[in-house]
Design a protein around this ligand. Structure first.
Ligand code: SF4
Ligand code: SF4
Length: 324
């Protein structure tokens, strides 16, 4: 049932790993929010943090491998790791393209345990020239609050306003602010292009805020979202939808072919989803950033499983939205 490997055999697809262009680092599972669909089960109660030794080792890998062009920093809310600013400023020195997965509200909420203010973030991001990718599952307040909790929509809008003031999303500033849409229920996202147009019109008309691109992503049937589907008796229905919408072109472009994902404790995975399912990269011995071997990792077998249908349904889904 929902055998992904069978599906790729059926379509005679070869999906070997390619050269690694992106290192995604999950530097904490702590978050100021606890969204219903969160595939990493983050919340203010999580304490997992990447320590400085592991961050330094990742920085060393970035310095030693010019083939790795991008560093994609995620969490939780990555800004809650005490070495977040250090990581960004040091990675910048290696001339990498830096992406931060930013939940918007952390700027106004600050750290939920230490109460440290994060109001400096928009200016800091702008100074470092990082690309910001932010979740805003819908342009309607009620839909956002259903998924992410009360008060989140207005805080997100205020945070986008602060990013706009720092130059993000503004023509010719070179500062990229991209938003992420994901469906609030057990269905696939609609057209990314049409959604982007609707988001832009609605957010400008009602709140006078701007952004660059919208990425439409599919909810992955793992962790909290899977539990939610199971509680509602929708898991099988959702999986069938994903499998029936299998798109071979999207399969060819899955992000795990050119990226690796590092967990807070330095272990290496094919992607963030495999990381959350604790499916470590397939090599003879457990791989961490401390025994990183670029050549081996650029030609290893990716571990595909049932949840991979979430990446290959419809137009496909990756960290940068649709695939095909
Ligand atoms: S903001 Fe992101 S990381 Fe935090 S709980 Fe929500 S989905 Fe998870
Ligand atoms: S979920 Fe599967 S297809 Fe998607 S990125 Fe991860 S390993 Fe690749």
């Amino acid at each position: 049932m929902h055998d992904f490997r069978n599906k790729i055999r059926e379509y005679e697809l070869e999906l070997p790993s390619l050269s690694i262009e992106t290192l995604q680092m999950n530097i904490t599972l702590k978050c100021n929010q606890a969204c219903h669909h969160c595939h990493v089960d983050s919340s203010p109660k999580r304490t997992e943090m990447m320590n400085k030794d592991t961050i330094d080792q990742c920085l060393e890998i970035l310095r030693e491998h010019p083939q790795i062009k991008n560093v994609d920093i995620t969490g939780g809310a990555p800004e809650l790791n005490p070495y977040f600013n250090y990581l960004i400023t040091e990675a910048k020195k290696s001339d990498k393209h830096i992406i931060v997965r930013h939940n918007l509200t952390v700027t106004l909420d600050g750290d939920p345990t230490t109460h440290e203010s994060k109001l400096y973030l928009p200016e800091f991001f702008a100074k470092q020239g990082v690309e910001i990718i932010c979740s805003l599952p819908c342009y309607l307040e009620s839909n956002v609050e259903m998924q992410r909790g009360p008060g989140v929509f207005q805080k997100s809008i205020e945070s986008i306003r602060m990013l706009n003031e720092a130059g993000y999303g503004i023509e010719n500033s070179g500062l990229m602010l991209n938003l992420v849409h994901n469906p609030v229920g057990a269905y696939l996202p609609s057209s990314q292009e049409a959604l982007e147009k609707d988001y832009k019109e609605h957010l400008w008309k009602n709140y006078k805020v701007k952004f660059n691109n919208l990425y439409a992503i599919t909810n992955m049937p793992i962790h909290r979202f899977r539990e939610q589907l199971e509680r509602a008796g929708n898991y099988e229905i959702y999986m069938e939808k994903l499998e029936n919408a299998f798109n071979p072109d999207a399969a060819i472009g899955v992000m795990c072919r050119s990226m690796l994902s590092v967990s807070y404790d330095g272990r290496i995975f094919d992607c963030d989803f495999n990381q959350m399912l604790n499916i470590q990269v397939a090599t003879d011995e457990p791989v961490t950033v401390f025994n990183f071997d670029y050549n081996k990792l650029s030609s290893h077998d990716i571990i595909f499983d049932t949840h991979c249908f979430g990446c290959t349904a419809g137009a496909g889904s990756s960290c940068a939205g649709v695939i095909s």
